[in-house]
Design a protein around this ligand. Structure first.
Ligand SMILES: Cc1ncc(COP(=O)(O)O)c(C=O)c1O
Length: 439
């Protein structure tokens, strides 16, 4: 073994003790535990890029409002399943000011994180029409969505969008939708793990095909307004967050507060159902629900059965944060921009040392710098690269677990990396490059 930045004997021994046969294929949580152990044993701090967790403090406006709400006694009462009137109002305003769409407050519903929103949507959408029982996932994607479908025992199909950007997306999507079994399509935008953002042309294609085949688009906007190539921070002023809602009324949007407001711990997200979908009558719903109206089935059927609503106090937090943003008193983008700035510096360090960015373009435009980026190193598979990088004090996850076909790829999350660690990162990447010269 070469003089790697982390003692190679320690790394090898801990991997051996763990009994994991292929470190590169391990899940995020397993990798986390392994790195915790190596850090403890070696006394060296890793450049930790495996977990997609917020790296900034929770928005104080939310914390204060939530404390106030608890003091005033909201913990005593059940919250309405469909959310407090004040929150619904601010959600609808937010959709109008930052997406330029009109949505009735009825379709603006808080969920226990975006995760509950997608779970509830899969559940309900796949019960709407008996012939439509399959979800289409546009990959690469967030592995938990597939897990949700597996847990639900629902069918899904998926494809890696890497080779189907721009006009090519149309035929590819149509090849799935024309079969008639797809109820809904899910993707995240900006995308976890690749940070690609669909272009207006691509969103238009998705929207038009959703109309043509009567399919619901589940648009996961967990990283809302974090395409830092554009200034999306001004309420009521273009440009707006790019969204399929501009092109179809068959949509449900999921906006997490975890990353936008660094509010992950309180598990609150927004589910925004279009007016048309909310009021859609689908008789097949009666097989499982008391109502055949989609919005009613979703709220009084699915959400009631799951958690009977979202905890009361976080709803007050979200209301206060949204109100401040909607009133133009709090610029949430200014806070999270730090992710993009760090990504830019880090990506350059990787590129300067022989690494390549895997998902690098949105059609012909370089992708934005943000929460995640993907990288590879010539002649390594993603799994091999991950295993090797452990000896250099760098951790990440393999793209293989995200439905990506780019098996050479690795996903890096910038959120937990501190700027003070940049010299270490640079040194470690240089060492890796030196030990693995490119011919
Ligand atoms: C694409 C995507 N969707 C949803 C979530 C989870 O959101 P929440 O914390 O609101 O459940 C994440 C978190 O990493 C994500 O990356």
């Amino acid at each position: 073994m070469k003089d790697t930045p982390i003692n190679s004997e320690v790394v090898s021994e801990i991997i051996r003790q763990s009994g994991i046969e292929n470190v590169g294929r391990a899940t995020i949580r397993v990798i986390k535990r392994l790195i915790d152990q190596i850090e403890a044993e070696s006394g060296e701090k890793f450049i930790r890029m495996e977990m997609g967790v917020p790296g900034l403090p929770a928005t104080q406006i939310g914390v204060d409002a939530e404390i106030e709400a608890l003091k005033s006694g909201v913990a005593q009462t059940y919250s309405d399943i469909y959310g407090t009137p004040e929150l619904k109002e601010e959600m609808s305003r937010f959709a109008n000011l930052f997406l330029n769409i009109d949505v009735d407050t009825e379709g603006c519903v808080p969920t226990v994180g975006s995760m509950q929103g997608s779970f509830a949507a899969f559940l309900t959408c796949n019960k709407m029409f008996k012939e439509k029982d399959t979800t289409l996932l546009i990959d690469p994607g967030f592995p938990v969505h597939k897990q949700q479908l597996r847990v639900l025992g629902q069918k899904h199909e998926s494809f890696d969008v890497y080779n189907y950007r721009g006009d090519k997306l149309k035929d590819k999507l149509e090849s799935y939708l024309s079969k008639g079994n797809i109820s809904c399509i899910l993707y995240s935008n900006p995308n976890n793990p690749s940070w690609i953002c669909f272009t207006e042309k691509e969103l238009e294609i998705i929207g038009e095909l959703a109309n043509k085949y009567n399919v619901i688009v589940l648009e996961d906007l967990a990283y809302f307004a974090m395409d830092f190539r554009k200034d999306l921070s001004k309420p009521g002023k273009p440009p707006y967050q790019a969204s399929v809602s501009k092109y179809t009324e068959n949509y449900i949007l999921f906006i997490s507060s975890s990353k936008v407001f660094n509010y992950a711990g309180q598990r609150i997200g927004m589910m925004i159902i279009s007016d048309k979908l909310y009021n859609t009558v689908a008789p097949d719903l009666k097989r499982n629900y008391a109502s055949d109206i989609f919005g009613q089935a979703m709220i009084f059927g699915t959400l009631y059965a799951l958690t009977a609503g979202t905890s009361h106090s976080p709803q007050y937090a979200l209301t206060a944060m949204l109100k401040a943003v909607n009133d133009g008193k709090f610029d949430f983008i200014e806070v999270v921009k730090e992710y993009g700035e760090k990504a830019k510096i880090m990506k350059n360090m990787f590129k300067d040392n022989g690494f390549q960015i895997v998902y690098d373009l949105d059609e012909d435009e370089p992708i934005a710098d943000g929460f995640y980026f993907t990288f590879s190193y010539p002649s390594f598979s993603g799994e091999e690269l991950l295993a090797k990088l452990m000896y250099y004090g760098i951790s990440a996850i393999s793209l293989a677990i995200t439905g990506s076909e780019r098996l050479e790829g690795v996903r890096a999350c910038v959120s937990l990396v501190q700027r003070e660690q940049f010299p270490d990162l640079e040194y470690r990447l240089k060492k890796f490059h030196e030990h693995h010269p490119l011919i």
